[in-house]
Design a protein around this ligand. Sequence first.
Ligand code: ATP
Length: 729
Amino acid sequence: MSQNSTSEHLSTETAVPRETSSLPGGGPLVASLTLIAALHGRRISCDALLSGLPMENGVLTPALFSRAAKRAGLASKIIKSPLERINGLLCPAVLILGGSRACVVTSIDAAAEKASVIFPGEMDEGTAELSFETLRDIYTGYVIYLKPQFKFDERAGADGKRRKGHWFWETLATEKNIYRDVIIASLLSNIFAFAMPLFVMNVYNRVVPNNAVETLWVMAIGVFIMITADFALHMARGYLTDLAASRTNTRLSADMMEQVLSMRSEARPASVGSMVNSIQGFDSVRSFISSATVFAYVDLPFSIFFIIVIAIIAWPLAIPILIGGLLVLAEAVMVQKQMRELSETTNRASSLKNATMVESLVAIESVKTQNLESTVQNRWEKTVAHLEAANVKMRLLSSAVISWTQWINVTISIATMVIGVYLIRANAISMGSLIAAYMLSSRAMMPISRVAGLLMQYYSTSRSLSALDDIMNKETEHEEGVTFLSRPDIAGGIQFRDVGFAYPEQERPALSALNFTVKPGEHVAIVGPIGSGKSTLFKLILKLFRQTEGSILIDGTDSRQMDPAELRRAVGVVPQEVMLFYGTLRDNLVMGNPYITDQALLQAIQISGVDGIVKNHPKGFDMQVGERGANLSSGQRQAVAIARAVLKNPSLLLLDEPTSAMDSGSEERVRHNLKIFAKDKTLLLVTHRTALLDLTERVIVLDGGRIVADGPKEQILAALKEGAIGRAY
Ligand SMILES: Nc1ncnc2c1ncn2[C@@H]1O[C@H](COP(=O)(O)OP(=O)(O)OP(=O)(O)O)[C@@H](O)[C@H]1O
């Protein structure tokens, strides 16, 4: 990276104005929601309500309102209602107003045609009495009612917690009305299924012997109406189940992504590839709720009913289908143990396959430069071969059950016919009854065969569901029942009290007994050898991991009481490894903060040196940075990260080797600009570069996760030079 000249150094006056940090966040709907949550005694920050929601231009839309409300422990419903019909007992409620505004109605007097309203964030938030006439001009006709959800406390024990319901079944249950309609449709459809056999039986038994043409026509018209109704029912239930499945799928996919994004770092599975595999397993769970599956279960009880009807016609005719049905189910049950083992194997192998693919693609350059192609290829081929061997066995087993079922079906037909002919010879049944029984037996076998087929998928589906269960039950950063203190603005004071931390499943602590205080406005360098815990210290401040011992105070508040999203919004971070996202340079700079002004953007790129990239590229801000910022050099990526941190104009800056990949000219320029920018801010800087130490007045030396020195810069540097401090440096 080569950005030239110190002539572009910033003067103190050009630092980003402070106002950029108080940009509007979330819009009026979230302001109304925070207010109502507070009125219900549930204080929650905007960040906690919004973090991770797919907002449009950073604004909470009515469609997302219920998801945000749920985080505040409130159930909500949007209803179209004229002002006169708003239920005063359900206030406070939110009125959606024109021009993307909203207000909270605290009480309403329909008789006097008046309402008490608050416009959060717009005025001084006092209550205003407005007449319906005034409100009508701005009211869109939609009101959002909110109701606090019941909260179990610790005294309810684990049982109380469990009552929250299973993420999958509970979401499915929200479509219970559709499934009720599907069951009713199936019920009718199965009743209509009698029409055809009855018709055929009567034609053979009554119409043909008596030449009753009129009866034939009456029955034919009746049956025609019934099969037409059956056709309509089939279409309706197919459409309804698909609708329910697709709605559930959309909701569950959103929940899953939310869970993945808010999962605590400690709980994250070690392999991204295997986690992706578990998430992909949702497809097989999805098919569980699709039409075919639902119909099989709904229709199964009717098989028994059909068999009873066959037995009523002539009990010997029910024997083949009884035996056949049991044999089909028995075979499906018998192979279950094998299916379970095979689905375990395929699951593990496909996790490994995914993990290998993801890891190799992410590190493709290292794979090539270190000549690891054959090692990776070998691992890949072995995994694929193992997976395919298990897949072949699974497919063989499935097709064996399917062929067995078909064979049984044909055998049942033959047996029914043979027994039927003997019964006709013995004058026990008529020809019509035999045909009716034959038709009913094929209909009865249909759901049994389908259930047998589904049993073959049972273990892979339940395996996928339990893998997803693992993900959905992982601890998240916003745990239910935990209310954070809202501290949207922080001054940057940091205190570590006896802090210790070990990464999950690591015996050696990465940090031990850390005690230090950084005053607001102080500039401190954290130095130490590789692996001494410098980056880990930042991760703890940012709540990416939770310390295992001691406490961390930010501006005197225990960070455990602070909302992670709110805290991170207030901190400007440049990580050691900068990750950018596919999109333009501008997208990457303003991502997460759509209200950035052009002036702030220009100042940030000047401070960080991104202006050099913009000037030197024909597309300027619109250049594509590629996935993970692959189109930029490491130094350029660092410059973008510095610009992002500067754009936040935070009171606390955490810079982890921010210029390690830059040339000395670019580093010098960034150092100079940061010195001005960070003047009144708290700065914690991890660096191995002596030049950057100029930004700080104090140095903390870490070694083996412990503080081995802490004091004024000159003093510590002199001691380090003399080798008077531990093993560090
Ligand atoms: N995600 C992780 N899981 C397990 N151990 C980790 C993880 N990240 C770091 N460690 C371990 O924690 C210790 C401290 O690591 P850290 O990254 O904080 O060191 P550092 O001082 O920033 O090193 P460097 O100067 O190389 O950046 C190291 O021993 C490292 O092996």
